[in-house]
Design a binder for this molecule. Structure first.
Ligand SMILES: *[C@@H]1O[C@H](CO)[C@@H](O)[C@H](O)[C@H]1NC(C)=O
Ligand SMILES: *[C@@H]1O[C@H](CO)[C@@H](O)[C@H](O)[C@H]1NC(C)=O
Ligand SMILES: *[C@@H]1O[C@H](CO)[C@@H](O)[C@H](O)[C@H]1NC(C)=O
Ligand SMILES: *[C@@H]1O[C@H](CO)[C@@H](O)[C@H](O)[C@H]1NC(C)=O
Ligand SMILES: *[C@@H]1O[C@H](CO)[C@@H](O)[C@H](O)[C@H]1NC(C)=O
Ligand SMILES: *[C@@H]1O[C@H](CO)[C@@H](O)[C@H](O)[C@H]1NC(C)=O
Ligand SMILES: *[C@@H]1O[C@H](CO)[C@@H](O)[C@H](O)[C@H]1NC(C)=O
Ligand SMILES: *[C@@H]1O[C@H](CO)[C@@H](O)[C@H](O)[C@H]1NC(C)=O
Ligand SMILES: *[C@@H]1O[C@H](CO)[C@@H](O)[C@H](O)[C@H]1NC(C)=O
Ligand SMILES: *[C@@H]1O[C@H](CO)[C@@H](O)[C@H](O)[C@H]1NC(C)=O
Ligand SMILES: *[C@@H]1O[C@H](CO)[C@@H](O)[C@H](O)[C@H]1NC(C)=O
Ligand SMILES: *[C@@H]1O[C@H](CO)[C@@H](O)[C@H](O)[C@H]1NC(C)=O
Length: 575
């Protein structure tokens, strides 16, 4: 009778010494439209696992452990759509099924490698990703996997060390990333095709075993690996090399010509020396991330000339010097140029508006074709640490849609080139912490995609262009610590960016969000000032007037202690 209840959602008969279920149930499973938990564990069922269990499409938890079920129809698995927990452990499934593909990704397996796997000796694919296993990898699993093509144990809490035999494994694709594996890194099996050991706690140096080499994808990021890159890496034909966020040091190898690299991530280590010339032969490179190291020398001119597929170039936080070579503008596919926090000098290249990928707003209607356009759609994801709004974040899924130029904290001089206004798709421009002079380009408001604009800590002068208020996606603005003067533009998006910290430290800005009013605004204004209210370039006389009125209105508002002192200091400096 109970099985006639359509709203039944939990059915738990744990430890009831049952041998079988009434046979009539078989014809009624279609009524269990809400059943989400079926727990028959710790009974004495002695039969094959009924196929209809697998037809209860609402099921999220199926626990049949500790019984004597002796058979299973592997094809039946296909009917689960919501299953999160499957426990078949402690049954008699030996020899009954020989699965080729075992996909249990994101099933809750209760902390351990399922025992019944022990009986599986013919699988080629084993996916136990995200199954909350917190065990060590049992020896028998390595033995069983010797025939496998793919082993995905990522995103668990797997502990312990890898066995010595790991070095000679033939598994084509191994993913052990995001676990708690530790101990010194074993010699890497160069017979594999793809090896991902990212985000564990491996220590020691990188070494390769001496067998034939077919390793194309090597990801070791976010461990505690130290030493330098061994020269034996040169025998590989790498497509992806990501060893970022480790403790590696020494100079970079010089054999880059051999690699067919698409993506290289060496960031957040202690590599020194210059960018090797042979990297210029890696013409298919899409991602170059050498940030947060101790590299020096100039930014090579060949980067622009040779790496025409480059989408993401990140060299931030190194010791690169010299000027930014104009050849860099030839990177017509570039979406992210991050050279921040180096020792670069000279002006911004005039040709900066030539980055044609940044000319289109990637959000616009052509979004789909825009993504298709990048001819590489590799099976692995790119990710890149980018700083926006002063916060460093990892961009992965959204990366294809990101366009950033970050040249902050260098020693760049000269004016902001007008050509920059070509980059209508640019979302983030950070030029802060340089010695840039001249005005903010009057038509900056055409850069409609702009979300972050940081020009702080430069020597920019003149007025803030009123076109700035046209930037309707702007959510972070910093113009502080320059020599800007005159009325702060208002309206539209700027209405919400009303924090004084965006504007502080300038010679004399007036109007909201500052308390001091602009000349011609105050209640005591004389009509002659109103005519000067328009926003032409501020002349010297006008500037003097602002200064004067700034002091007076500041005084009137009773903010003399703050604004008066500030203005006084600046007027002294001007004198
Ligand atoms: C579902 O339950 C109703 C009674 O509640 C019954 O008449 C019907 O036959 C059941 N359907 C199946 C497929 O068992
Ligand atoms: C389970 O559903 C499938 C298709 O939905 C059907 O072919 C199969 O006969 C069902 N199995 C049982 C035991 O009812
Ligand atoms: C393994 O399963 C997970 C589901 O959790 C899936 O995201 C992942 O792509 C699978 N791995 C492979 C290599 O197919
Ligand atoms: C991991 O599994 C849980 C369910 O157990 C699911 O909610 C989560 O989305 C999965 N995570 C990934 C990255 O697949
Ligand atoms: C794994 O295989 C090796 C060599 O074939 C064998 O010596 C060892 O006993 C096996 N270990 C297990 C746990 O089956
Ligand atoms: C790597 O780190 C270990 C300690 O974890 C240290 O003993 C060893 O000298 C280091 N090797 C190098 C090359 O720095
Ligand atoms: C740099 O790597 C270390 C581990 O080596 C990690 O803890 C840290 O978060 C990384 N920093 C960044 C900015 O990725
Ligand atoms: C930038 O583009 C202009 C016009 O397309 C071209 O004449 C110029 O040579 C380019 N500059 C560089 C450095 O690529
Ligand atoms: C930065 O460049 C200047 C010369 O342009 C040089 O004197 C200085 O040592 C460089 N600083 C670093 C940290 O490389
Ligand atoms: C390994 O698994 C993680 C998490 O499941 C995934 O993000 C990563 O792309 C996988 N690595 C490879 C090389 O496929
Ligand atoms: C782009 O699209 C995202 C998500 O649809 C949205 O949050 C963002 O504001 C858009 N940005 C621009 C510049 O259109
Ligand atoms: C300042 O911006 C906040 C939102 O960021 C808004 O709630 C507030 O009304 C604004 N104040 C003024 C004076 O415009």
């Amino acid at each position: 009778m109970i099985f006639r209840l359509p709203s039944l959602s939990f059915f738990i008969l744990q430890g009831c010494e049952l041998h079988s279920l009434p046979s009539s149930i078989k014809n009624q499973y279609a009524n269990f439209t809400r059943l989400s938990v079926l727990d028959l564990s710790e009974n004495n069922f002695h039969s094959a696992i009924p196929d209809w269990f697998f037809n209860i499409s609402s099921l999220t938890d199926l626990d049949l452990s500790w019984n004597n079920f002796y058979g299973i129809n592997p094809n039946a698995f296909g009917n689960f759509v919501k299953l999160e927990v499957l426990d078949l452990s402690y049954n008699n499934l030996n020899g009954q099924i020989h699965l080729k593909v075992i996909g249990l990704g994101s099933c809750h397996l209760g902390g351990y490698f399922p025992k019944w796997l022990h009986t599986q000796s013919k699988f080629t694919v084993l996916n136990l990703s995200n199954t909350s296993i917190s065990d060590t990898i049992p020896d028998w699993l390595w033995n069983l996997s010797s025939q496998a093509l793919l082993l995905d144990l990522s995103q668990n809490e797997i502990r312990g060390m890898l066995p010595m035999s790991f070095s000679s494994t033939n598994i084509a694709s191994i993913n052990l990333s995001y676990n708690k594996l530790e101990g010194s890194l074993p010699r890497l099996p160069s017979c594999s095709f793809s090896l991902d050991l990212a985000s564990n706690s491996f220590t020691g140096p990188i070494a390769f075993d001496n067998n034939e080499v077919s390793l194309y994808i090597l990801i070791l990021s976010n461990n505690k690996i130290n030493g330098s890159i061994p020269s034996s890496i040169c025998k590989l034909e790498l497509e992806v090399l990501d060893i970022s966020s480790n403790r590696l040091s020494g100079e970079l190898p010089t054999c880059w010509k051999k690699f067919t690299l698409l993506r290289v991530g060496l960031s957040n280590n202690s590599f020194s020396g210059e960018i090797p010339l042979s990297m210029k032969y890696c013409t298919r490179l899409v991602v170059v991330d050498l940030g947060q190291n101790k590299l020096h020398g100039n930014i090579p001119t060949w980067m622009g000339e040779s790496l025409s597929s480059l989408l993401f170039l990140r060299l931030r936080s190194n010791f690169f010097g010299g000027t930014i070579p104009p050849q860099i503008c030839e990177l017509s596919s570039l979406q992210v140029l991050d050279l921040a926090d180096n020792n670069l000098t000279g002006p911004l290249p005039e040709c900066i508006g030539n980055f044609s990928k940044m000319v289109v707003n990637p959000n616009a209607s052509q979004q789909a074709s825009y993504i298709m356009e990048s001819e590489y759609t590799p099976a692995y994801e790119y990710s890149l640490q980018l700083v926006r709004d002063g916060v460093e974040r990892e961009y992965t899924k959204n990366l294809p849609l990101v366009t950033d130029i970050d040249l902050s904290n260098n020693s760049l001089v000269g004016e902001i080139p007008e050509g920059l206004l070509n980059l209508l798709g640019l979302q983030c421009l950070n030029l802060s912490g340089n010695y840039l002079t001249g005005n903010i380009p009057l038509k900056i408001g055409v850069m409609q995609a702009m979300m972050t604009l940081d020009l702080s800590r430069n020597e920019l002068s003149g007025q803030i262009p009123s076109s700035l208020s046209n930037l309707s996606f702007l959510n972070h603005l910093n113009l502080s610590f320059n020599n800007l003067s005159g009325r702060i533009p208002t309206g539209n998006q700027l209405q919400t960016l009303n924090d004084t910290s965006s504007y502080m430290g300038n010679s004399d800005l007036c109007g909201p969000p500052f308390p001091q009013e602009c000349p011609g605004d105050g209640p005591s204004q004389s009509p002659s000032f109103t005519s000067k209210e328009n926003e032409d370039e501020g002349g010297d006389i006008q500037e003097m007037l602002w200064l004067y009125l700034g002091i007076v209105s500041g005084f009137i508002l009773g903010c003399w202690m703050v604004w008066g002192v500030l203005l006084f200091k600046r007027s002294q400096r001007i004198v």
